[in-house]
Write a protein that binds this ligand. Structure first.
Ligand SMILES: Cc1cc2nc3c(=O)[nH]c(=O)nc-3n(C[C@H](O)[C@H](O)[C@H](O)COP(=O)(O)OP(=O)(O)OC[C@H]3O[C@@H](n4cnc5c(N)ncnc54)[C@H](O)[C@@H]3O)c2cc1C
Length: 307
């Protein structure tokens, strides 16, 4: 694995570093490249100007009080209300540890189901993020229980994990929504492919499964969440070989990353959304973005001199 990536991922868990970094304006300026602002108003404002659909996610994970978890649920309920009222093409994506999974599984499940139920009342959709492997089993369990009751929900899965192939089979059997990503956490080699080329190959294999006749017959909503230009083109090519129309393929990319690719994908007629993050708790998330592309550290350095 890349030592810089390891260092940045270790930094993402450092409380000391978080307290230092978030005090500096130049770090905030660098973060603004990936985040339109900390408030939901700024996120919705960006969503309105994009010209394509969006998915909103409020940053924050591992809340430590039941009040915080309750407040996160209420926040997303309000967002869903607002999206319906303003007729925006905006879905939401949530982390279970932000809905209090570390405190009470039962309460977390109730919060998630309340969000999905609310979204359903306006034909909207709730995505469940996938976090580190400490939470994979429980996230799948909670997600499956929710999916058994509501159709308007999907789960993110990580191509860097060996186990994901099996997990994907079970999700396809449910006709679930699936967002396929490479994976953003620091995981040991007995759980995740250590080599990037193996992760990429596994991503492509899983993408083929997601576009298979069987998955389509089950009604799977398949999302490809990657900025990797090689993988994107391989998936598009596979779609053409499988005689799929562009609207049968759906991509989601992160706000501010690979913008020309975003314009190209939406212009090709694929279904397309941008995932917009917002909120005050951006430090660990931002460190993961730096780890994905250590050259981004240069942007932080440049922002130091940008005034
Ligand atoms: C919609 C969406 C939802 C996600 N949800 C989750 C989740 O729930 N759980 C989870 O673990 N991970 C999630 N991720 C993050 C994902 O796991 C990867 O860490 C991230 O997408 C980078 O991997 P990549 O597929 O773009 O490929 P990489 O191989 O990392 O990157 C391919 C190319 O994309 C460009 N690129 C990638 N990242 C950056 C960057 N930060 N800055 C600039 N250029 C970049 C570069 O040109 C790079 O060469 C999500 C990603 C997306 C797009």
């Amino acid at each position: 694995m890349n030592p810089m990536r390891d260092l940045l991922l270790a930094g993402s868990e450092s409380r000391w570093l978080r307290e230092q970094a978030t005090r500096y304006g130049f770090v905030r300026r660098a973060v603004s490249r990936f985040m339109p602002g900390e408030s939901v108003d700024e996120a919705l404002g960006a969503a309105r100007t994009l010209g394509f659909g969006a998915v909103l996610t409020r940053l924050g994970e591992n809340v430590t009080t039941t009040q915080e978890a309750e407040a996160v649920k209420q926040h997303y309920l309000d967002v869903l209300d607002r999206v319906a009222r303003e007729k925006l093409d905006v879905e939401i994506s949530v982390k279970l540890t932000q809905l209090g999974l570390d405190l009470s599984r039962e309460a977390c499940e109730k919060h998630l189901q309340a969000l999905i139920e609310k979204a359903r009342s306006s034909n909207n959709w709730v995505w469940v993020d996938i976090e580190s492997t400490a939470y994979t089993d429980v996230t799948l369990d909670i997600y499956r229980a929710a999916r058994a009751r509501f159709p308007n929900t999907g789960l993110c899965i990580q191509a860097y994990l060996y186990r994901t192939e099996k997990d994907l089979d079970s999700l396809i059997a449910l006709g679930s929504g699936v967002r396929l990503v490479k994976g953003a956490y620091k995981e040991p080699p007995d759980k995740a492919f250590p080599k990037k080329t193996d992760v990429d190959e596994n991503y492509y294999r899983l993408a083929q499964r997601l576009l298979s006749l069987e998955a389509r017959a089950k009604g799977v909503r398949a999302i490809f969440g990657t900025h990797d230009p090689v993988l994107l083109r391989r998936i598009e090519q596979f779609g053409r070989e499988s005689k799929l129309a562009p609207k049968d393929l759906e991509f989601q990319l992160l706000y501010g990353i690979a913008r020309p690719e975003q314009q190209r994908l939406s212009g090709m007629g694929y279904r397309f959304r941008v995932l917009i993050s917002y909120g005050a708790a951006w430090f660990p998330w931002y460190m993961r973005r730096l780890a994905e592309r250590p050259a981004n550290v240069l942007f932080v350095a440049k922002s130091l001199f940008a005034g």
